[in-house]
Design a protein around this ligand. Structure first.
Ligand code: BDR
Ligand code: CA
Length: 374
């Protein structure tokens, strides 16, 4: 029948495009939409969990087409090495990593050792990946990948940006015809309160000019996952216990019991828990988060794979590039005071947090099973 031969055709096309598609053991009898993710990131403790969710989420119709890195949480050499290590930990050495911008478009580089440490992923000792990043620059690789994905009729090509938007600004400037057919989801910006500035969020503050180029560009869609949303995804002690143990974990039903720490059941769970422990400590020290750190970047991946779990509103957002106190702020025109400017961003206002953690825990379980380290 028509739908199954279409699925077979797509599967064949997929297999000829990316080695990573090989993980799909059998095509679903009828595939409706397949989401192809390109992950642009700066790992980064929360970026590491975004890679876990994207690479090992429950939905087989989500395919990671490639990963690119950018300077941000640490230098691009460090974030690239971290991306390679994390993918190795996940048993996903098949996913190519492309080293991107080593500095913002105009401004000097800034990093975030106070939250992510000197390596950008301080805490666990994740073994070296034993492979290098690809020689192909990220924007070239993204263009090639998306060009092919766009030939698949039922594909949803999505670029998820989880760091400074330098690579994304270069991509849409050099390949506008491809970029305008792509959905962009980014973790970044704040509606009111910033984290590394009074009103500015770190990813946007790192490279405001790049973010401004991106938000002016007519992508097929742009979705912003701001701090207000990611601050609802707190890694509580209960969540950490669940991730240490796996699906058999039964939380104690008295409140005090959730503070009891249980032991990680394998090396993968131990290493990923060490990522969370470091992140919890720096968030507690720097921002006073006592109930666990916010796991920002996976929220953007979750939007890309389960948009029905979010509430959004289409708004006009501009990026402040010149303010003395506000550079890097995402300025929201709540009352349409500039009606001549098109509404450009679907802003996430709410997320189903319980569903997010459910998906994240399942991804950790799958990644734990796939991890080559014992
Ligand atoms: C963002 O900044 C980075 O430190 C995190 O990885 C996240 O992408 C949060 O402001
Ligand atoms: Ca990040």
């Amino acid at each position: 029948n028509l739908s199954s031969s279409k699925a077979v055709f797509e599967q064949r096309l997929c297999e000829s495009l990316f080695i990573s598609f090989a993980r799909l053991e059998a095509p679903p009898a009828v595939r409706t939409m397949t989401t192809y993710l390109w992950l642009d990131c700066d790992p980064g403790h929360d970026d590491a969990f975004a890679l876990i969710l994207a690479c090992h989420g429950l939905n087989p119709a989500v395919i990671v087409a490639g990963v690119s890195t950018v300077c941000g949480n640490q230098t691009v050499d460090k974030t690239t090495d971290n991306a390679l290590r994390v993918l190795h930990l996940l048993g996903r050495d098949d996913v190519q990593v492309h080293k991107g911008a080593s500095k913002p478009l105009i401004r000097p580089t800034r990093n975030c050792p106070e939250i992510h440490g000197e390596s950008g992923l301080d805490g666990p000792d994740i073994p070296d990946a034993g492979r290098e990043a690809s020689d192909t620059p990220p924007i070239v690789a993204m263009a090639k990948a998306f060009e092919k994905v766009l030939q698949i009729p039922s594909a949803t090509p999505t670029l998820v940006a989880m760091g400074a938007m330098t690579n994304v600004a270069l991509f849409c400037s050099v390949y506008p015809e491809i970029a305008r057919q792509i959905n962009l989801v980014f973790m970044g910006g704040a509606l009111t309160k910033g984290n590394t500035g009074p009103t500015a969020e770190f990813n946007i503050q790192c490279d405001p000019e790049a973010a401004s180029v991106v938000l002016e560009f007519p992508f097929k869609s742009i979705t912003m996952v701001p701090l207000e949303t990611t601050h609802t995804a707190l890694v509580t002690k209960k969540i950490r216990n669940r991730m240490r143990v796996g699906p058999s974990y039964i939380p104690p039903n008295d409140d005090t019991g959730t503070d009891t720490t249980v032991t990680a059941t394998n090396r993968f769970r131990q290493l990923t828990d060490e990522i969370l422990m470091f992140f919890a400590n720096t968030y507690s020290k720097e921002f006073g988060f006592k109930h666990g750190p916010p796991l920002h970047d996976p929220c953007a991946v979750f939007f890309a794979i389960a948009p029905e779990k979010f509430k959004t509103e289409k708004l006009r957002i501009d990026v402040e590039c010149s303010g003395t106190h506000t550079a890097g702020t995402t300025v929201v025109d709540w009352w349409r005071q500039s009606p001549e400017k098109p509404l450009n961003v679907d802003v996430v206002l709410d997320m189903d947090v319980e569903s997010f953690w459910e998906a994240m825990c399942i991804a950790v379980d799958n990644a734990s099973a796939a991890c080559p380290l014992r």
